[in-house]
Design a protein around this ligand. Structure first.
Ligand code: UDP
Length: 140
């Protein structure tokens, strides 16, 4: 299995509850290495641009407001089959459906305030990494 990269966000519900370290530990324990990380307060332009794929969905406005409500931590994660590994440790979008041992099972508050974002494909990982990071900010 090849070493690849994925993009992660520790969302406002987690930074608000001081869970940045706890969430990062679960990512690291799952075999992912943090090769870039920064705490930012998303602008509306960033939130709407990042989630543009969801712009027609009924929850789009609420989702963007939430992502701008408190700081987030954006990260690049590296590891074997990083996209799938990260999706597995994140758990299902709705915490009610998330498996034991996953981040969302442990910490998510609702389907919206669900603690973490993770890219859903290698193609999207590249796009999302480029959205928030310059190449020199990533130190493998
Ligand atoms: N979301 C929401 N309501 C929904 C579905 C999704 O608020 O009914 C939010 C939630 O924060 C989710 C994000 O929109 O993480 C992106 O949705 P997606 O279906 O891509 O889920 P994910 O890939 O994050 O599991």
């Amino acid at each position: 299995m090849a070493v690849t990269r994925t993009f992660s966000i520790i969302k406002p519900d987690a930074t608000r509850r001081n869970l940045t370290g706890a969430v990062t530990k679960m990512l690291e324990d799952a075999g992912l290495r943090v090769v870039a990380s920064k705490r930012i307060h998303m602008t509306r332009e960033q939130a709407e641009g990042f989630y543009a794929v969801h712009s027609e969905r009924p929850f789009f406005g609420e989702l963007c407001d939430f992502m701008m409500s408190e700081p987030v931590v954006v990260q690049v994660l590296e590891g074997e089959d990083a996209v799938t590994r990260n999706r597995d440790i994140m758990g299902a979008t709705n915490p009610a459906d998330a498996a034991e041992g996953t981040i969302r099972k442990a910490y998510a508050l609702s389907i919206g305030e669900n603690t973490v974002h993770g890219s859903d494909s290698e193609e999207n990982a590249k796009i999302e990494i480029d959205f928030f990071f310059k190449p020199e900010e990533i130190v493998g």
